[in-house]
Design a protein around this ligand. Structure first.
Ligand code: GUN
Length: 277
């Protein structure tokens, strides 16, 4: 059994990006907007800001009150669309319920949409012509590439169908030539579907949902879940202790997908910078 060490792969990506930034005449700029003070979102935004500093990016961390109006938030996005120092704009999700998430995403200029969530960028991903690709699924593809396993014709099962992870993840795997099954919370016989999978990507946010005996011997298992147990311990959606008995490759939580999402955001910001030049 092999561990896919996301922390290490992400560090290498950041080192490579930092080297490229040294040669540029201007620092690529990322703006991250956080609305409210959700504890998990606050940590993610801080980690993104720190990662920018590490590679020499210009970064703006913008904190807005949870009471911000729809129009005030749109005006902030429009201001950043027009700010030449800023190459990438990320609005941390989820947003408070009174705000229209879709409208906010569609207001971000597609060439600064480093999350790859704008309909123009998602549409291009569907056509296998993507330029800015959603960070978590793209980071997972980078992790899969390190295994050296050829995805062409492989049976891949994605558990979870969110706009942020599951749907774009399925499209990434399809674009790589795999046969893809997308499961959701209503899927019948989930364990049976997983038992046939060569590659499993799980992103549902249910601690220990996937049991070791649902995993085919030698399968690759990527765990996108981050769940905090009552004890305070962080765990994924996969029951790691039983999964390692069958998996050929597995990503841990923490230290798996999490750092890859952030390193991929930096990659996308560099891409957005290059596109804008
Ligand atoms: N919340 C959880 N994951 C993400 C992400 O990849 N991007 C944004 N903007 N918000 C998130």
């Amino acid at each position: 059994m092999n561990i896919i060490d996301g922390k290490q792969i992400a560090q290498k990506l950041r080192n490579d990006i930092a080297k490229k930034v040294e040669k540029l005449d201007r620092a690529p700029g990322l703006a991250v907007i956080l609305v409210g003070d959700d504890p998990a979102s606050t940590i993610y935004v801080r980690n993104k800001d720190n990662a920018c500093k590490e590679v020499g990016f210009y970064s703006e961390k913008i904190n807005k009150s949870a009471n911000i109006t729809q129009q005030e938030l749109l005006d902030e996005v429009i201001r950043l669309n027009n700010d030449d120092k800023i190459d990438g704009i990320l609005v941390q999700l989820p947003l408070p319920k009174h705000l229209d998430t879709n409208l906010v995403i569609e207001t971000i200029s597609p060439e600064k949409d480093v999350d790859g969530f704008h309909s123009e960028n998602i549409g291009k991903l569907m056509q296998n012509k993507a330029n800015l690709r959603p960070c978590t699924p793209k980071g997972v593809m980078t992790m899969l590439a390190t295994t050296g396993i050829d995805l062409i014709g492989k049976d891949c099962v994605v558990v979870g169908a969110s706009n942020i992870v599951g749907r774009p993840m399925a499209m990434e795997l399809l674009n790589a030539g795999a046969t893809v099954t997308i499961c959701n919370s209503k899927t019948q016989d989930l364990s049976g579907k997983l038992q046939r999978a060569d590659v499993i990507v799980v992103a549902v946010g249910v601690a220990h949902l996937i049991k070791g005996d649902w995993i085919k011997k030698g399968a690759v298992v990527i765990d996108v879940g981050i769940n905090r147990l009552e004890t305070g311990k962080l765990v994924g959606d996969v029951d790691f202790e039983s999964a390692i008995k069958n998996a050929g490759w597995i990503s841990p939580v923490p230290g798996g997908v999490g750092p890859m999402t952030i390193a991929t955001l930096l990659e996308n910001t560099l891409t957005a910078y290059q596109n804008r030049k």
